[in-house]
Write a protein that binds this ligand. Structure first.
Ligand code: UD1
Length: 422
């Protein structure tokens, strides 16, 4: 029997909530542990399914992995398997992030291609062309991406687009290449900076983290390290939007507020009072909202632009805001599909290509809805919080891939949400 969420709308969210380590960082950091023989320790790991799946995937490559609460200890042997095509790998959406480390360490890799995703196609051309510039040959065979190299040599790489995944893979291959690699038009996301920090702690020489130009001076070997995963800015944003939509007062801890600068600015434009807390244990922000939010436009772009992962929350907010908002999605072509579920909740929404126009209404109306990916699912729950009656949200395994303790946290903030058997 499966479970779903039942969300009774109407409550004002008030209180404090802790943000966990970033999903989009932890898996790459675990993959980076492949680059050094010995035991690497990663702390602040979120309690999400992808972490044990990644642990299994690393075990299938020959590592020993111990998961203990929010700590992952990964012991990498001298000899690694280069075949990441096991069942464990197949289950992992982010499996592709072991490609760069395996090519760097073993000079060859066979990695199961990640399955299709409801948000749109995920091509790998930039991963391949980057590795090829470093000296590898790559091709697709029997559902796997294969890469082989005699040796990897530093080079100049221009990415067509600042892809996170391509930047990560090229970076993790280049740290053990001979000579200097320059990656231009590199992704600048905080999760990339987190990876660069960890690689440098391991003895890599990466310069320019957080800018569009990453310069990597290759080294012959890396050593294991201990590293703390940064707080999840997308989860942090989810709580910020929830506070505004429910006209609440929510203090969010455990995330660097500067990773949400643009999000918080948009929430201010919607009418919220936002306070940021920098550094130390208090790090985070507080969002206080009185009255109905005002409509604000959003455009998704690579960081420091508005993250595509936050787009469903922008849509959810717009459905109940005063006025009309235009939301533009520039990264994934199918990411508006979930708007049909918002329309079931009474949203006045229309899409045209990669633009959505949302005319805000006073109150949504509860209905059964289906989550299609992590963020769309969370967006539907936020909408349910502003709907009359009980909204049933199905396919919640998507949501739980990114939000440990989502229901518990919502309830702690005063929401009337329960998990029920379907
Ligand atoms: C990561 C995040 C995901 C987020 C996305 C964009 C993880 C596990 N996932 O995904 O949550 O939504 O960044 O911020 O970290 N592209 C190509 N060719 C390539 C690679 C990418 O055309 O070789 C395109 C994609 O189709 C997309 C854009 O580039 O339109 C950005 O993709 P990318 O940044 O690579 O996303 P992911 O790393 O897969």
């Amino acid at each position: 029997m499966s479970e779903h969420f039942r969300v009774h709308g109407g409550a004002r969210l008030v209180g404090e909530v802790d943000v966990v380590g970033a999903k989009n960082s932890v898996l790459k950091l675990m993959a980076a542990a492949l680059l050094a023989e010995g035991t690497t320790t990663i702390t602040n790991c979120p309690d999400i399914l992808d972490v044990p799946l990644m642990a299994d995937a690393l075990r299938s490559l020959g590592c020993e992995v111990e998961l203990d609460g929010d700590v992952a200890r990964i012991t990498t042997p001298q000899e690694l398997s280069h075949r990441a095509d096991s069942e464990a790998m197949g289950k992992l959406r982010a499996s592709i992030c072991v490609l760069g480390p395996l090519v760097g360490r073993c000079k060859r890799a066979v990695v199961a291609l990640p399955g299709g995703d409801a948000i749109g196609s995920r091509p790998l051309d930039m991963h391949q062309s980057g590795l090829e510039k470093l000296g590898a040959r790559t091709w697709i065979e029997h559902g796997c991406i294969v890469a082989e190299a005699e040796g990897l040599h530093g080079t100049q790489i221009w990415l067509d687009f600042p892809s996170m995944g391509a930047t990560e893979n090229i970076l993790m291959a280049a740290v053990l290449a001979t000579g200097t690699t320059v990656i231009d038009n590199a992704a600048r996301e905080p999760e990339i900076v987190d990876l660069c920090l960890m690689l440098n702690q391991m003895g890599a020489k990466v310069e320019g983290a957080g800018t569009s130009t990453l310069t990597v001076h290759g080294v012959t070997e890396l050593k294991p390290t201990e590293h703390r995963v940064i707080g999840d800015r997308i989860v942090g944003a989810t709580w910020g939007f929830a506070a505004v939509m429910t006209r609440g007062d929510v203090r969010v801890r455990g995330v660097n507020p500067h990773h949400l600068d643009l999000v918080l600015e948009k929430l201010r434009m919607a009418g919220a009072e936002v306070t940021v807390y920098e550094g130390g244990e208090d790090e985070g922000f507080r969002v206080v909202m009185e009255g109905r939010p005002k409509a604000v436009d959003f455009v998704t772009l690579p960081y420091p632009g508005f993250a595509t992962d936050n787009q469903p929350f922008a849509i959810a907010l717009s459905t109940v805001s005063e006025g009309t908002a235009m939301i533009t999605e520039n990264l994934f072509e199918s990411r508006f599909r979930f708007i049909d579920e918002m329309i079931r909740l009474g949203a006045d929404a229309r899409t045209d290509g990669h633009h959505a126009v949302i005319r805000g209404i006073e109150k949504l109306s509860s209905a059964p809805v289906w989550a299609s990916d992590i963020r769309a699912g969370a967006g539907l729950v936020l909408a349910g919080l502003c709907a009359d009656g009980a909204t049933e949200v199905y396919e919640i395994f998507h949501i739980e891939r990114g939000y440990p303790g989502f229901v518990e946290n919502l309830r702690k903030l005063g929401a009337d949400v329960e998990r029920v058997s379907s």
